[in-house]
Design a protein around this ligand. Structure first.
Ligand SMILES: [Zn+2]
Length: 147
């Protein structure tokens, strides 16, 4: 394999690894953001109270949409049951929850973003990881528990 091909392969591997690390970071960030200081939160769909350790990162637009994959407005902590049994009605409740929690029209923006081509570079992924690591550490300090 020539050097140029090897370099390209290395970049691809780093990008894949960063994507996985970002998925984990985003999950941890939204769980901390959405829970109280003791680690409890209500599922946005069924409203059941759960502990952060039982919560999952629930994506409004699925992870296959690269443009919204790490968008913190697109991901919220919810219960495992709702996350795995998403129906049209549940999706609608989730959509209303996001628009109420953030700003009306947030889900419309996410919808259109998800349809656009993702132009994120390797450097963008590195920068996003650095930014989210800082945010994660900041959120962690505000809580009375550890995850
Ligand atoms: Zn639920």
């Amino acid at each position: 394999m020539d050097i140029r091909k090897q370099e390209a392969k290395k970049r691809k591997t780093e990008a894949e690894s960063l994507r996985l690390q970002l998925d984990l970071l985003v999950g941890k960030i939204v769980k901390l953001r959405d829970s109280d200081e003791y680690g409890y939160l209500n599922c946005p769909i069924c409203r059941k109270q759960i502990h952060i350790k039982q919560s999952e990162a629930m994506h409004y637009k699925g992870r296959s949409s690269q443009n919204t994959r790490y968008d913190l407005l697109n991901v919220h902590a919810g219960c495992e049951f709702c996350n795995h049994t998403m129906t049209e009605r549940k999706y609608q409740i989730f959509s209303e929850y996001i628009d109420n929690k953030h700003e009306s029209g947030t889900t419309s923006i996410l919808e259109s973003l998800s349809k656009q081509e993702c132009k994120r570079t390797l450097n963008d992924l590195r920068e996003l990881k650095a930014k989210y690591t800082i945010l994660y550490n900041k959120l962690k300090k505000q809580k009375m528990f550890s995850i």
